[in-house]
Design a protein around this ligand. Structure first.
Ligand SMILES: C[S@@+](CC[C@H](N)C(=O)[O-])C[C@H]1O[C@@H](n2cnc3c(N)ncnc32)[C@H](O)[C@@H]1O
Length: 223
């Protein structure tokens, strides 16, 4: 399958609603009629295996590799750009990944509307856009509200892992995650690993490593 074979299922603004089709979950925009989904539902995965979510999946290189390696996990890749969802979908089809769903939607809003409380075992945020300019930092995904949402959807002792090459984003996320009060870092001060081995490769991971940048990996566990 080629990415271009995935066709957007809605023709008009009015028609848009949550829809699952061929392992893509469309979450166009929230509205008051929406009810929360339960990803344990047999309709989506056909089993009750643990759910791991990756946010900002890009073209899905990292999550597809994980889904191939670990079939006992139900993986969900969240991505806001349809062009990239198409690439994730092509991987799902080409590797017959029945344990991976591509969620086309915005990370915080889709989490708020689609995920039940304590339904996710692990979350990963790999190289989210860093918005390096100070005046743009408010656009970063890792803000107080999103961290609260992560806390809500994670199971007891569940964790989220955040990976970035951006020092300021790393520092901000450490500060916010510890300030939340419901998370502890599994790494001692400075609360991250530098250039982790064997984490899995993604487009941006490879790019930044080639350019000699230092990658920081943080994991915060629900207390
Ligand atoms: C720098 S790329 C990283 C992609 C991939 N994780 C990697 O390591 O190659 C950031 C990705 O996050 C997506 N993204 C940005 N903001 C998002 C949001 N609020 N919700 C979902 N995806 C988002 C972008 O479209 C882009 O694909």
């Amino acid at each position: 399958m080629r990415p271009n074979q995935l066709v957007y299922p809605f023709e008009s603004e009015e028609e848009k609603s949550i829809k699952i089709e061929d392992r893509v979950l469309y979450f166009p925009a929230p509205n008051e009629n929406m009810t929360k989904f339960c990803f344990h539902d047999l309709e989506y995965f056909g089993n009750e295996n643990p759910i791991y979510v990756e946010y900002c999946s890009g073209n899905g290189g990292w999550i597809a590799e994980k889904a191939i390696q670990d079939k006992n996990i139900n993986w969900i890749g969240v991505e806001i750009k349809f062009k990239r969802i198409k690439k994730i979908w092509a991987k799902i089809k080409n590797y017959s990944l029945n344990n991976l769903i591509a969620l086309y939607g915005e990370a915080e809003k889709s989490t708020q509307f689609l995920f039940e409380e304590a339904s996710v075992s692990k979350a990963y945020i790999n190289f989210p856009d860093p918005w390096p300019k100070k005046r743009h930092a408010k656009n970063r995904l890792m803000q107080e509200n999103f961290i609260k949402e992560l806390y809500r959807i994670l199971k007891p002792a569940g964790s989220f892992t955040f990976v970035t090459d951006d020092e300021a984003y790393s520092d901000q996320t450490i500060e916010l995650s510890l300030a939340h009060g419901g998370f502890k870092s599994i790494y001692e001060k400075p609360f991250y690993l530098s250039n982790p081995e064997d984490y899995g490769a993604s487009f941006f991971d490879s790019l930044w490593r080639e350019k000699g940048k230092t990658i920081r990996l943080h994991t915060f566990q629900k207390i």
